[in-house]
Design a protein around this ligand. Structure first.
Ligand SMILES: Cc1ncc(COP(=O)(O)O)c(C=O)c1O
Length: 371
């Protein structure tokens, strides 16, 4: 039976040669930490995202945590959507702040200016916007305006969105501070790793100190209670080769997403994510998330696809508002999330996938829905 990957990093053969020779150099010299590769990687990310600063970290999760700590904000509320990975919420709590977990907007798959406006109060200091699956919300300018008027910090958790843009603005450069994840399922990978992006000199300076045990350097006084959140040299070598290929990866992902759309858009029994993407937007297509109509059972569809060797996923289920550990941070009803997150399905999508494989997945979906 044909067996598909749902997601898979793409490391071309010629890059493997380069990576292995750089890794040999690291093994020979023992320069595993704080060498030239992390610096080069940061420079490439900053150039690509068109920001002044990129600060590499050990993971996407630690990038969010360090970014929030670097703002110096404490004991304040951050508005965040329930549809995100748990670490977005945990990072707010671990930075000494309070997440305000709110419902999602169906089109943006995350926050909207209207949702944010409803939840601002005198204790609110910030908003965390997640570009879910690589989609940047079309009302980002209204959100920016609202946050400026209310003196709120805007954080982009762009874990899924490296390479995405809107109106020519790259994810990670749109708001006050951005973060990316380079976990193997993401758009580009460093194995484990993340990065913080910002144009704010003070946030960048603080982030560099916080990722380094809270010390500017080994002779300086310790100024923050922190830890080691640094990226390894081995990871940075891999990251350098990946970030050089980002536009190639994004355009392949877009070709695959267009093929899904061509195949599925006429089906009345599901909604394709392309319907919400603007002309002025480049989607990074971390996931191709369809929403199945209420007359079908999402789990039965997923099982039918798996029987044909097609793995799918439900990101994120349970949603954050369903996680008992976050109970005290729920302040709302979650009707949209309760509906949509029970009908979501992420189809296979990765750079090594072929158009023929997309057609195979679509035929299997059509077979189920027209049974
Ligand atoms: C929205 C979001 N933020 C942060 C992270 C954490 O990234 P990492 O797995 O690199 O720690 C993830 C991981 O999937 C994520 O989806």
């Amino acid at each position: 039976m044909r067996k598909l990957y749902r997601s898979k990093p793409h490391i071309p053969q010629q890059d493997k040669k380069f990576i292995l020779s750089e890794w040999k150099d690291i093994l020979d010299t023992g320069m595993f930490a704080q060498g030239k590769n992390v610096e080069n990687f940061e420079k490439l990310v900053a150039e690509y995202c068109n920001v002044k600063h990129a600060i590499a970290t050990s993971s996407g999760g630690t990038a969010v945590e360090v970014a929030l700590m670097a703002t110096g904000i404490k004991n304040k509320k951050f508005i965040v959507c329930t549809q995100t990975f748990v670490v977005s919420i945990s990072a707010i709590i671990r930075s000494g702040n309070i997440p305000v977990i709110v419902d999602m907007d169906e089109k943006s798959q995350g926050l909207s200016a209207n949702i944010i406006a409803k939840h601002i109060d005198s204790d609110t200091a910030g908003v965390m916007l997640v570009h879910m699956a690589g989609h940047i919300t079309s009302d980002y300018k209204e959100i920016q305006h609202l946050c400026r008027e209310n003196n709120l910090l805007l954080v982009e958790d762009a874990a899924h969105a490296v390479g995405a843009s809107i109106d020519g603005n790259k994810a990670g450069s749109i708001f006050d501070v951005g973060t990316f994840s380079f976990f193997p399922t993401k758009i580009v990978t460093t194995g484990e790793g993340g990065v913080i992006t910002t144009n704010d000199d003070e946030i960048a300076e603080q982030a560099r100190i916080i990722r380094n045990y809270g010390c500017k350097d080994y002779r300086a006084n310790c100024t923050h209670i922190s830890n080691n959140f640094k990226m390894q040299e081995l990871s940075a070598v891999l990251g350098i080769t990946q970030i050089r290929r980002i536009d190639e990866f994004i355009s392949k992902r877009n070709v695959l997403a267009d093929r899904y759309y061509t195949n599925l858009k006429s089906l009345k029994s599901l909604i394709c994510p392309n319907d919400y993407v603007l002309e002025s937007q480049i989607h990074s297509w971390w996931h191709y998330m369809i929403v199945v109509s209420k007359t079908f059972n999402r789990t039965e569809l997923a099982e039918a696809l798996l029987e044909k060797g097609i793995p799918t996923a439900t990101a994120y289920k349970p949603a954050c508002h369903e996680q008992p550990i976050f109970k005290e941070y729920l302040i709302d009803e979650y009707p949209v999330a309760d509906d949509i997150l029970n009908r979501h399905l992420a189809l296979p999508l990765h750079v090594e996938m072929t158009l023929d494989e997309v057609d195979f997945v679509c035929d299997a979906i059509k077979g189920f829905l027209t049974k």
